[in-house]
Design a protein around this ligand. Structure first.
Ligand SMILES: Cc1cc2nc3c(=O)[nH]c(=O)nc-3n(C[C@H](O)[C@H](O)[C@H](O)COP(=O)(O)OP(=O)(O)OC[C@H]3O[C@@H](n4cnc5c(N)ncnc54)[C@H](O)[C@@H]3O)c2cc1C
Length: 400
């Protein structure tokens, strides 16, 4: 294996490149990224960047010297526009063509927008550093921010903005925020945390339109006709996988690049991070995971398999994520979506603390803790990785 091209210069692409070098790959590696910045970390965008605790420089994933040491053909501010898998070439927006022996697709996702709102001043999405800096500038005491979508990004921004003295309203179309992702109990618990801090969470609120005056947002009109006045609106309604450049490649794209259990999409082509929908044999299901840790781990796993194909191993992680809202840390292991039961094991408002175990068929598939010590979760992670049956899993974790 000689030339590796990695498209997407964020955590999953960088982790792939680093692991290739660490494991002995001496051939050329091209790392192509559409954003102009050197690889930076996204989780702080909705947390420390908005609150002003961190300067943009602190997001850098590596120093210039560390990047230099990787000896990459680093092409930033350039977009991949096409892929020919029979010729093994990637075309770039600047007219260049890169040949590869192995291609790693690490193009992540972008924020979904509300159609027709792209040009309205004061309507934001949050995916990039420039998005975060533009939003941060507007978060001044007394201003009114309406957040459309009470998922993790919306909820984290609500917490950060509230701390800055902004009047925040969080809108959720469904009956319980985050219910699809983490179940109703955890969704209710987190909603209560917002209410306790004085952030209004309106459920069953579907947006009819964003109201504007001379190109500046003035509010959000709901389906029932009510208008919520706003100086700014954050649209946080999920993401779209960046796969358009693969459209004529013949690769299978279904809400992400479809990959097998080795993260391979075709001979010599791999998907890593948020863009990859791969088959996770541990849960025997295809999944696309938008979590920071998974993105790095999948990059490392692909690099190992690329360099040692005879000993290649399926990528079968127990996915992990965290979220910070006010002083509550939420952490979860496993595959929480599509669960059959979410069992609340511990709940108290002192702290506050919540522990939920997730069952699918007869198996423990996930666990979530809010406000609890991270140590509690480690024992659970091992039990999920062991594919333990539900009853036995609950016994083992009680004993731990
Ligand atoms: C505000 C925010 C908060 C988050 N908080 C958390 C958290 O608390 N915990 C957690 O676990 N996860 C969190 N995440 C998710 C985490 O940041 C992602 O899982 C991680 O960034 C995924 O990395 P990635 O490399 O797969 O993709 P991305 O980070 O999306 O990077 C993909 C890169 O590819 C580039 N690209 C796209 N198309 C092309 C193209 N055609 N050519 C070249 N380059 C291209 C993009 O510009 C981008 O730079 C958060 C995300 C956001 C946005």
């Amino acid at each position: 294996m000689k030339r590796v091209v990695i498209v997407g210069a964020s955590i999953s692409g960088l982790a792939t490149a680093e692991a290739l070098r660490r494991n002995g790959h001496e051939g050329p590696i091209a790392l192509v990224g559409a954003e102009p910045e050197a690889p930076y970390d996204r989780p702080p965008l909705s947390k420390q960047v908005l609150t002003g605790q961190w300067e943009p420089k602190e997001l850098d994933l590596r120093s210039p010297a560390e990047l230099d040491a990787l000896e990459l053909d680093l092409r930033l501010g350039v977009r991949a526009t096409g892929l020919d898998i029979s010729r093994r070439t990637v075309s770039l927006g600047d007219g260049a063509t890169l040949d590869y022996d192995a291609l790693v697709v690490a193009t992540g996702v972008r924020a979904r927008r509300l159609p027709g709102t792209e040009r309205i001043i004061g309507v934001h999405t949050l995916r990039t550093l420039s998005d975060a800096l533009a939003l941060k500038e507007r978060l001044c005491p007394g201003r009114r921010l309406v957040i459309v979508g009470a998922g993790f990004v919306g909820a984290e921004v609500a917490a950060a903005a509230h701390g800055l003295g902004v009047e925040v309203t969080l809108l959720e179309a469904g009956p319980v925020p985050l219910a699809l992702a983490v179940g109703e109990a955890a969704g209710r618990f987190l909603t209560d945390v917002h209410h306790e801090h004085g952030v209004l969470v309106r459920v069953g609120a579907s947006v009819r339109e964003v109201v504007q005056e001379r190109g500046q947002v003035t509010g959000v009109r709901l389906a029932d006709g009510a208008v919520l006045p706003a100086d700014d609106v954050l649209v946080a309604i999920g993401s779209i996988a960046n796969t358009e450049w693969l459209a004529d490649s013949g690769l299978s794209v279904q809400d992400g690049l479809v990959c097998d259990e080795y993260s391979a999409a075709a001979p010599g082509v791999y998907g890593v991070g948020d863009v990859a929908r791969w088959h996770n044999p541990l849960f025997d299901t295809a999944m696309r995971v938008e979590h920071r840790t998974n993105a790095a781990e999948q990059g490392m796993a692909v690099a190992r398999n690329l360099l040692n194909p005879e000993a290649r191993r399926p990528f079968a992680p127990v996915p992990y994520f965290w979220s910070d809202q006010y002083d509550v840390k939420v952490q979860a292991y496993g595959h929480l979506r599509d669960h059959d039961e979410a069992l609340v094991l511990e709940t108290t408002t002192e702290g506050p603390q919540l522990l939920v175990a997730y069952r699918k068929a007869d198996r423990l598939v996930g666990v979530l803790a809010a406000g609890a010590s991270p140590k509690i979760l480690r024992a659970w992670r091992a039990v999920i990785a062991d594919r333990a049956p539900w009853a036995a899993a609950l016994n083992r974790t009680n004993a731990a």
